[in-house]
Design a protein. Structure first.
Length: 289
């Protein structure tokens, strides 16, 4: 698992942070899943490579992960490390296919017309990762599928609000065009990092949508599966606090410093999640009205 572990360690992402609460076997399995997700996402995001080349690379990843799922020998080293995990936890190719479709959307789609179009993207690039993750975490109640879908959408919408400036620098606007029109915000304003009260109102609307999905996830998680979902619950706590910080900053992400949580804040959230896990608490630390 050395390549997968190295990618996970190097990333220092919030997702990788959550693995610390897992036992070693599941932590390694999640590292392999994360490494695959990181690899295909990096292919889609490498703007210096022509679009058609990236499309071919994603097709190669799709074919190789199919080999891994079909118990054939994968060609890519990451998928060779990942294959025993796929076998052990019975991870289905259909979900990997959906994830790669989400990456392919980044090749073709620079704008989203409405909430429904954006939700499909959020499902493919985030909810699908959640659906794969819960197979590794283990669960008893099938309602965990709905939990993973709702939480994935909440996390991705939070990401989108945080990354508006960086995405705009690459010509991408994930905020739905229907919402821009509703709040009288132009594409040019976002592309030029122009903050306004209209933008604040727009971002607040998207944040309310994210809060709705956090609340749905919180209500949907079955009580009997709360312990096994400890890593997912930590992720929810981290991103919920990030959303709160964005809101406190009035969603102004156009300044020189990115909005993020400090390391001590993240460590406090890890400790809180561990305490809830150790004491058997059924309370979630996110999604409160």
């Amino acid at each position: 698992m050395q390549h997968s572990r190295a990618i996970t360690k190097k990333s220092a992402s919030n997702l990788a942070l959550a693995f610390i609460l897992l036992p070693r076997e599941k932590r390694d399995a999640m590292s392999a899943l994360y490494a695959f997700c990181r690899a295909v996402d990096d292919v889609a995001d490498e703007d210096s490579v022509p679009t058609e080349n990236r499309r071919e690379q994603l097709a190669a990843w799709r074919a190789d992960i199919r080999r891994a799922c079909d118990q054939q020998k994968p060609e890519f080293i990451l998928n060779q490390e990942f294959q025993p995990v796929i076998r052990q936890f019975k991870l289905p190719f259909a979900l990997f296919d959906e994830l790669i479709k989400g990456c392919e959307m980044d090749l073709d789609t620079l704008r989203y017309e409405n909430d429904e179009a954006l939700e499909l993207y959020c499902y493919r690039v985030a909810s699908v990762v959640g659906l794969l993750s819960i197979e590794i975490f283990g669960y008893q109640n099938p309602a965990c599928h709905d939990y993973a879908v709702q939480l994935g959408k909440a996390l991705q919408l939070t990401n989108i609000l945080r990354d508006v400036k960086n995405d705009a620098a690459r010509g991408r606007i994930y905020l739905p065009l229907a919402e821009l029109k509703k709040f009288n915000v132009t594409e040019a304003e976002i592309l030029n990092s122009k903050y306004s009260e209209n933008y604040f109102a727009l971002a607040t609307s998207i944040a309310d949508r994210a809060k709705y999905f956090y609340q749905l996830a919180r209500k949907t998680l079955p009580a009997e599966d709360r312990k096994s979902m400890v890593a997912a619950e930590l992720m929810a706590s981290v991103y919920w606090q990030l959303l709160q910080k964005l809101e406190a900053n009035r969603f102004n992400v156009f300044g020189p410093q990115p909005v993020r949580l400090s390391k001590p804040h993240k460590l406090a959230l890890i400790f809180g999640s561990w305490v809830r896990y150790a004491t058997g608490s059924t309370a979630s630390s996110y999604g409160q009205p």
